[in-house]
Design a binder for this molecule. Structure first.
Ligand code: GLN
Length: 317
């Protein structure tokens, strides 16, 4: 740990809130070319200066900084919840419909999908999450209600909800996502009605949560698949490992390598500016800063996590 941050660490008990404010003060002075996502009109309305972070440890200890308790649109972070639920429901059959390789392309790219005959590279690019939505519609009785109930259970919070305004706003401009689903339908990798699948997809992306709620909802993946507050095994240890490895390799689209190099944790980002990352058997950390880099990942959020894991010297590598 560098001298700058060592001053904050009185030997054993780290004051994480102070550490967070020091990191934030340092990085917000750096050059930031990020831009708030503009292609979903409703997302443009967010205040670009918002910044929140939460750190939560297995077996206790939660630390909030800045706007950690303000809800925002989690967008693609939700794709981890939908993948987990689909994996629970259909087991290994899932991988016939979607791959587990990094895409090396943008989250909404059409190019690979034609070459690869409508089988998306992984469940986190939009095409993959749309196939997962199709699977959930087939298996869930009340897809939107059942999915929301699942997220609420993970976060232990009954107030988490969809934003119908954001879902509607995304639908109005979703030309590329419609192109993806039509292409996959032509390859017979979409079984249900296109409008029904897209409505579910827009809603799952529209969920609003704050940093603390996101960290709590992801903590089971740092805890070998077990929910701390109920002891329920959400996923087996082996399946939990697989979700984490997909996050490591695919959680940041064509920037997964850069994120692993700089931060060294599995995680997932969303175009609302949120990022969640976790250290198995240790902690889960979430950050929110709406301005995105050219790859669609939070600019300051990534930088914050980079400085955090570098300074506390705790990453999986
Ligand atoms: N709902 C967004 C979309 O489909 C999600 C993208 C993201 O967060 N990377 O474009």
């Amino acid at each position: 740990m560098s001298g700058f941050f060592l001053a904050l660490n009185p030997i054993v008990k780290m004051n994480y809130e102070v550490l967070f404010s020091e990191i934030h003060a340092k990085i917000k002075e750096e050059k930031n070319n990020g831009k708030v996502a503009g292609y979903i009109p409703e997302l443009k309305l967010v205040d670009p200066s918002k910044f929140g972070a939460n750190l939560i440890f297995i077996n206790g200890g939660t630390y909030n900084y800045g706007d950690a308790l303000e809800r925002f649109s989690i967008q693609s972070i939700s794709k981890v919840f939908s993948l987990v639920l689909a994996y629970k429901l259909v087991d290994e059959k899932l991988w016939k419909r979607v791959g587990v390789e990094p895409s090396g392309t943008a989250f909404n790219s059409l190019i690979q999908l034609e070459y690869e005959k409508g089988i998306p590279r992984n469940p986190f690019i939009n095409a993959g999450a749309i196939v997962i939505s199709d699977i959930l519609i087939t298996y869930l009785k009340h897809p939107k209600d059942d999915f929301l109930a699942f997220v609420r259970k993970l976060a232990n919070n009954e107030t988490i909800n969809y934003s119908h305004t954001i879902a509607k706003s995304e639908k109005e401009k979703a030309y590329t996502n419609y192109a993806l689903i039509h292409l996959m339908k032509s390859f017979k990798n979409i079984k249900n009605d296109i409008e029904e699948v897209m409505d579910f997809y827009f809603h799952l992306c529209s969920i609003k949560m704050n940093c603390e709620e996101i960290s709590k909802a992801f903590l089971f993946l740092a805890n070998d698949g077990k929910l701390e507050h109920t002891n329920e095994q959400i996923l087996t240890k082996a399946k939990s490992k697989r979700i984490n490895s997909i996050m490591q390799l695919c959680g940041f689209y064509d920037e997964a390598g850069e994120f692993a190099f700089r931060v060294g944790l599995p995680g997932k980002s969303g175009v609302g500016g949120g990022i969640v990352a976790l250290y198995p058997n240790r902690y889960c950390i979430s950050v929110w800063s709406p301005k995105l880099n050219a790859k669609g990942n939070s600019f300051l959020g990534t930088r914050f996590l980079e400085v955090f894991t570098t300074e506390i010297e705790e990453s999986i590598f």
